[in-house]
Design a protein around this ligand. Sequence first.
Ligand code: ADP
Ligand code: MG
Length: 712
Amino acid sequence: MSRAQTLELRVHNLDCENEAAALRRGLAGAPGLQSITIFPKAARVTLAFDPAVTSAEAVSQRLSTLGFPPVRDPGSLGPPPPWKNAKVLAAAGSGLLLAAGWLSSLAGAADAIPVAIYWIAMVTGGWFFGREALEELLYEREIGIELLMTTAALTAAAMGLPGEGATLAFLYSISEAAEGYTEDRTRSAIRALMKLTPKVALVRRDGHDTEVSVEELVPGDIFIVRPGEAIATDGTVRAGESSVNQAPVTGESVPVAKRSGDTVFAGTLNGEATLEVEVSRTFAENTISRIIKLVEEAQERKGTAQRFIERFGRRYSPMVLALGIGLALLVPLAFGGEWREWITRATVFIVAAAPCALVISIPITMVAALGTAARHGVLVKGGIYMEELAKIRVVAFDKTGTITRGEPDVTDIVLLPEPVTALTPDEHALLSLAASLEIRSEHPIARAIVRAAHARGLRLAAVEEFRALPGAGGTARLADGSGISFYIGSPRLFETRLRIDLTPVAAQIARLQADGKTVVVIGTSDAPLGLIAVQDTMRPNAPAAISALRAAGISRTVMLTGDAPAVAQLIAARARIDDVFANLAPEDKVSKVRELASHYRHVAMVGDGINDAPALAEANVGIAMGTAGTDVALETADVALMADNLEKITEALRLARRADVLVRQNLVLSIAIITALVAGAVAGFLSLPVAVLAHEITEFLVIANGLRMLRA
Ligand code: ADP
Ligand code: MG
């Protein structure tokens, strides 16, 4: 067997689980297909196939014959226009026939004529949902809402009320036909992002500027972005200086200054000057494409409430049918009710109790909420995290890169009085040694040290066997054959792991730390050689962000850090964070988060998602900040904030709570109305057309309420 190829397609006509099931059935047994993943909410299908057996064209062809033609132009995704949509046409046809039947009976035609027209109207209106009802029953052995409606319509007609049956089929077919369009409204929130990326880019190849389609851009290409234009794909600025509005990615519209060496993202808007950008990611892999993909996947990841309602729905519909049959048989048999009367009431009951509004109330709100959040630069990875966010009571923060900017500067270099080797005769030699070790590390402190060495024009030595000690520092050997291992890291690394007595330098360390500086020790496994102090600045809006959280009802804010207590407390006090836990190794951060979670139940952890991933994973919600352009954090966090902005956390909480409120409103509304309708049906107050109409209106209200989430 040759290696599997994967094919990712957007297809038409796919927007619910039923259709996904039909598609899966249609593809089952297709030659060469190895796996099928369907994302109904996103109308996306991922297929793995064996290229030796079949081809991408053959697979697309097969999808088309199944009624799910692949979308060629992603911008045009969405339901077909109404006049080309079979479901809309069926509903319209049914309505016209219904009117014709009614007019013919008014005109005094022989009874058989309106009856025949009503039957045709019913079959036309019920064509799609009736078929779905049967397919579900036969293939999935499930009794769905469609079957309830089909049964009610047929019963009414069989009882000699074909007009009522036709009315039901007509009204229900309208809501079925409208479904695609409401789905489209929720999807448009996220698809709007896609529209922002241009279709072509001006590329400089062999000294010529040519327009190519964005899909043809490859890493290394240089493209020109003129003033006022949107940027085609992710890249690095190579020439020019301009300000860029990054709102489409980060949700923040304050322009950001960009110049040579800075990263720019697809879909963001160039300001006043021309930029030359080197492509770093192809169009398919750029940040905005990934955001869209992640949001679509999030929409499939349902929250607990939604899963509960769906499970409930699966048991509920068969129960309604059983109760309806019971009502029609039992009351006449046991209590001598009139057959005709009770069969009619049972039919009305089945329609009144159908849970359409209930089933749609959560997904419509969640999908809209996820899309709106993404448009504001907040990527929530599923309904479950949206639910959790709404409940958060405690927020824990990592220090470096989260409360502080994560761009420290070297402030002090301290040589210890008795250097053990001639390697560090002066401060420059110490800094050079430190940078030689740190060049292999990604840590912000490491980058500061390397930057300081470069700024002083120092030459770095070659090292071998570098090993990062997470939350502590790192170690390596100089590649000069001497075989000496050097260590760089926190004072605690030297004291506890290497068992080196630092009391001779304790006063110096304490003095630096009291100024809010992070102290790093450089030494061998036997003795320290020197100290380097770095200072990170707090994010200017940290105090505002913390008080905003408090105003939003967060009862406790906590800082977790591997840094020394003196430094941590100084920063926490300035940011007005309630509690500080310092000197924590990465695994201590995890257990601290667990402890907080056992105490407060709902804890969010905020970090940069790179060196604090375990703690983020332990929290109920792991929030990573500044994830635009970082692959790992974007993929692993539960909630990814595109911007490097602490205030987005409050925004995310508020969005989630609003979604929570709308979901509750929808649940209460639909349950209340269903209950009232059911009571009315059993008491005999309702006719079938009124029940169907009330049912449709409820569904409409629930959808309209859920869609309010599109406005932030
Ligand atoms: P934070 O909790 O502030 O994000 P870390 O857990 O990443 O910090 O690191 C904790 C401490 O370990 C730092 O304050 C520093 O003293 C030390 N350290 C970690 N990595 C390095 C490194 N590459 N170079 C020097 N010191 C390091
Ligand atoms: Mg960190």
